[in-house]
Design a protein. Structure first.
Length: 154
């Protein structure tokens, strides 16, 4: 019985870390660090992200991607791969973004980070789904989208 209670607590915590406010808060922390205004939740974008994630459930081989229309995509292998974990993975690319050259450095990925902090992006909607292989897939969509070539994120 104790194991069941502990498992229920852990699963509830993991699901709780993928709520809209969790996504928003995790985006707004790095945005405030670079002087960008807060982003807000958009249910239309969340529906789009959910539909996109559901389309990808059968093909959960994508590690991390920056989608063509202002999406950030990530996957994780356990139930502990929450929305907060996904956004923090994207934010962890910050050291690879050089503001002065406006580029990713050392051959590393940084476009997820720049989308998170893109000043013109004012709305976000995200979804987390379980893939058919048991992994978890997180998608965040942004409006307006960012990462335009030659433009600075902030």
């Amino acid at each position: 019985m104790l194991v069941l209670i502990m498992l229920t607590s852990v699963l509830g915590l993991c699901q709780g870390q993928s709520a809209p406010q969790d996504f928003v808060n995790t985006h707004n922390t790095p945005r405030s660090q670079v002087g960008v205004s807060n982003i807000v939740w958009n249910t239309t974008l969340a529906t789009y992200a959910l539909n996109y994630a559901n389309q990808r459930k059968g093909d959960c081989n994508l590690v991390h991607s920056n989608g063509p229309y202002g999406e950030n995509l990530a996957k994780g292998s356990s139930a502990s791969f929450t929305g907060i974990v996904a956004v923090n993975l994207w934010v962890a690319e910050k050291p690879y973004y050089d503001y002065y050259s406006n580029s990713c450095v050392n051959g590393q990925q940084c476009l997820h980070y720049t989308q998170v902090v893109w000043t013109d992006s004012t709305q976000v909607g995200c979804a987390r789904v379980q893939c058919t292989n048991g992994w978890y897939y997180v998608v965040c969509s942004y409006n307006p989208p960012g990462n335009y070539v030659g433009e600075y994120p902030y």
